[in-house]
Design a protein around this ligand. Structure first.
Ligand SMILES: Nc1ncnc2c1ncn2[C@@H]1O[C@H](COP(=O)(O)OP(=O)(O)OP(=O)(O)O)[C@@H](O)[C@H]1O
Ligand SMILES: [Mg+2]
Length: 378
């Protein structure tokens, strides 16, 4: 693949905030962006040079989109396989279609981890009430049932703590192909956002600590307060994953760290990740510029942190009593506001985020949480 220089056009499948922040990075370096999406006036479309609104199943529209760009990347995993394959017949798709295929189905993903000797929580494939009962004998209680596909922000996940809850969980999961996982009593949740260039160069943003609320990411902190050997192991596993999938692009690995210092791989996302948003301010190169560099065949950028940082998400819940008090937020000079241009603030919907920099990670956390509190959040 030839190196794509400024002036080239990046095609983006999917149109949420991740595409928007990629388009920002692209615009700064004078790349053009075309976004393919099912809607109009989307977070990415508002920033891209061209927003193409069509169905992912409209393969003629997909082909025309691919013909108009120099490379295709995606910003969410639920891109239908046929859509990605149609693009790949016309132009390079990064990360490759195989990586997307593995990441978009939780069962395939777990099997990939096992094949690559990556430690995971006990799991079982479930496609009926009987197989769920059998699976629970393997995982034990508590366990979590998750639909195998259409996955994000904890949607389609149900915890099973008691035998009486089995049937309700199976109903709630919608009788669809699912995975049952042993619930991990973790000490911490961690992520590694890493990148690999077309030429095999590897770079990473170290280990980030994540706190979830209602299965949705709430706070991310970098650097994570873990021992050097844990950080090294996590980065090593991330590297193995990017190499095994032959990824050119950015990929995030989510981990659980258990009380006895064992890392378990939770899942991967073959794209920038919510936990990496803090790299926009905190790192020499942001995860979005890194994605751009990687898919364009450029060398990767420096991932060094300028200082510790923390990020909190702004969910639609904050809008419950009207528009948050942006003016109060402006009194936090070291807190950066990002809004995604979404017009409908639904509960649980990611509307934006805040990032704070500070001289220590705990100071950054305090700063960013107090800032969110002035907006009416907790
Ligand atoms: N097996 C498990 N044991 C303990 N907690 C879990 C388990 N699976 C999921 N969780 C919790 O739910 C969160 C979301 O789960 P997961 O990452 O699998 O789902 P997702 O829908 O892909 O979410 P996201 O898009 O936010 O990453 C996890 O970060 C963790 O806090
Ligand atoms: Mg997750």
């Amino acid at each position: 693949m030839k190196t794509l220089l400024p002036g080239s056009t990046i095609g983006i499948l999917g149109s949420g905030q991740l595409g928007r922040m990629l388009a920002h990075a692209a615009r700064r370096m004078d790349y053009r962006t075309h976004v393919f999406t099912t809607q109009r006036n989307t977070p990415t479309g508002q920033v891209a040079d061209l927003e193409i609104a069509a169905s992912y199943d409209d393969l003629d529209a997909v082909r025309r989109f691919a013909e108009g760009v120099d490379v295709v990347t995606y910003e969410f995993e639920n891109v239908p396989a046929q859509t990605a394959e149609t693009c790949a017949q016309v132009v390079a798709v990064h990360p490759n279609v195989q990586a997307l295929h593995v990441a978009q189905n939780r069962l395939r993903e777990k099997e990939f981890f096992v094949q690559n000797d990556l430690p995971v929580t006990p799991f079982a494939a479930v496609d009926s009430l009987e197989s769920l009962v059998a699976g629970l004998e393997h995982t034990g209680f508590p366990a979590v049932i998750k639909t195998a596909e259409s996955r994000y922000d904890g949607k389609g996940q149900f915890k099973i703590t008691l035998e009486e809850e089995i049937e309700t969980a199976w109903e709630a999961a919608g009788h669809r192909s699912a995975i049952l996982e042993g619930f991990v009593p973790y000490d911490r949740e961690l992520s590694v956002v890493a990148a690999r260039s077309v030429h095999g160069q590897f770079a990473h943003f170290g280990v980030i600590e994540n706190h979830h609320r209602r299965h949705i990411l709430d706070v991310s902190i970098a650097p994570a307060p873990v021992k050097a050997e844990i950080a090294e192991q996590a980065v090593g596993m991330a590297r193995r994953i990017l190499e095994a999938l032959d990824v050119a692009g950015v990929l995030c690995v989510e981990f659980f760290l258990t009380g006895d210092s064992r890392l378990l791989v939770n899942e991967i996302a073959p794209r920038p990740h919510n936990s990496g948003h803090l790299t926009i301010e905190a790192s020499v190169t942001s995860q979005f510029e890194q994605q751009l560099r990687a898919v364009c065949g450029l060398p990767l950028g420096d991932t060094a942190y300028l200082c510790p940082a923390a990020m909190v998400n702004l969910l639609g819940d904050l809008w419950r009593t009207g528009e948050p008090d942006w003016e109060a937020l402006a009194h936090f000079p070291a807190v950066k506001l990002h809004l995604y241009g979404k017009r409908e603030p639904r509960p649980g919907r990611k509307m934006g985020h805040l990032t704070a920099l500070a001289s220590t990670a705990s100071e950054a956390v305090n700063r960013v949480i107090s800032a969110r509190r002035t907006l009416g959040g907790e």
